[in-house]
Design a protein around this ligand. Structure first.
Ligand code: TPP
Length: 326
């Protein structure tokens, strides 16, 4: 139920972002959504503890961010370029974070986040403060083709780091389909080559995702080393809102992989009587009202003043972890 609530919150927020983008005007950057991936993303996020674990999110992880504990106004403040956002208006969408709380700002160069999260875990271990914390990094199937992915996973495997590598195989990397992306039949089998554990899960099925991440995070937390997990779903939107995704055939959209995880999750919640129709409707209304409030707040806030800003590379040093608190 917790994961479902997160999914609704994420979808509501992202539907609003899509509308704001299409309306033109206030949002200056691109808009990248996790539509169709919320079940997988939320299922991961609810397993992680804010200010204890680490989450290195990809562009489609609004749900994991919410579940992990990202302050609710952070996304809207970032999209509106507010100086009160975590990046102080220096980023327009997804490269936001709060490293001190375990949420590093996303690096766009795909695969790099694997090394970054591994490095954070490794540093904590060397400083004797890792405890039972885990780190999770998320990326798409296209990201697994990068050199950075290989280097990061190999290092994590050699050092037996408590790293969860959560790959979403949403069938397309921009317009590149799976058959042009990798030649193996099962991406999870790559885990064997690294000497780590790997598994697949149906990313359209919330209950399966929750069960899988419960086991995977538990395994990483209890010392079983890196865990590769591949969630299979379809990206139900363009790469970004500028992309009409007309290259995705109707047959794929209509196949089981094209199921909307939100609809499946809602059915599951009703079937198990975890919430009834009225409660779901009320939660959707609450989420809509919250999102409207966030827009109203963020759009009134000022942009950064270039004459007053400290032009350091890390604009928000107070958010940094460890020694970088200069
Ligand atoms: C190393 C690198 N190459 C290319 C890009 C440009 N790029 C950004 S997102 C993207 C597609 C990523 O596909 P995938 O990893 O499958 O994730 P998805 O967008 O499907 O969720 C590309 C090619 C990049 N950011 N970094």
């Amino acid at each position: 139920m917790e994961a479902f609530r997160v999914m609704v919150r994420a979808r509501t927020l992202e539907d609003k972002l899509a509308n704001l983008y299409k309306a033109g005007g206030r949002l200056v950057g691109g808009v990248y959504l996790g539509k169709g991936q919320e079940a997988y993303s939320a299922a991961l996020g609810i397993q992680l503890r804010w200010q204890h674990d680490i989450l290195g999110p990809f562009i489609r992880d609004q749900a994991a961010r919410i579940a992990f504990g990202e302050p609710p106004l952070d996304p809207m403040r970032t999209y509106f370029g507010s100086v009160r956002g975590p990046m102080r208006g220096r980023d327009g969408n997804v490269h936001r974070g709060r490293p001190k709380d375990g949420l590093p700002a996303m690096i766009s160069h795909i695969g790099s986040m694997v090394s970054l999260v591994s490095g954070m875990l490794f540093a904590r271990r060397m400083q004797g403060r890792l405890g039972d914390a885990v780190g999770a990094v998320t990326l798409g199937e296209g990201g697994t083709s990068t050199g950075a992915f290989h280097e990061g996973v190999n290092l994590a495997a050699v050092e037996k780091l408590p790293l969860i590598i959560a790959v979403t195989n949403n069938q397309y990397s921009y317009s590149t389909s799976n058959d042009r992306q990798f030649a193996c039949s099962d991406l999870a089998e790559r885990a064997k080559g690294y000497g780590i554990q790997g598994r697949n899960v149906d990313g359209t099925d919330l209950i399966q995702c929750v069960q899988a991440f419960d086991e995977v995070v538990r395994a990483a937390r209890s010392g079983s080393g890196p865990q590769l997990i591949i969630g299979h779903t379809l990206r139900l939107t363009g790469h970004g809102e500028h992309d009409d995704s007309s290259y995705i055939p109707e047959s794929v959209k209509k196949s089981p992989i094209g199921r909307d995880c939100m609809l499946i999750a809602e059915q599951q919640i009703l079937e198990h009587a975890w919430m009834n129709d009225k409660e779901i409707a009320e939660w959707k209304n609450t989420c809509r009202a919250d999102v409207e409030r966030m827009v109203a707040t963020a759009m009134k806030e000022p942009a950064p003043d270039p004459f007053k800003e400290p032009w350091r590379a890390l604009s928000t040093s107070e958010l940094c972890e460890g020694q970088w608190t200069v």
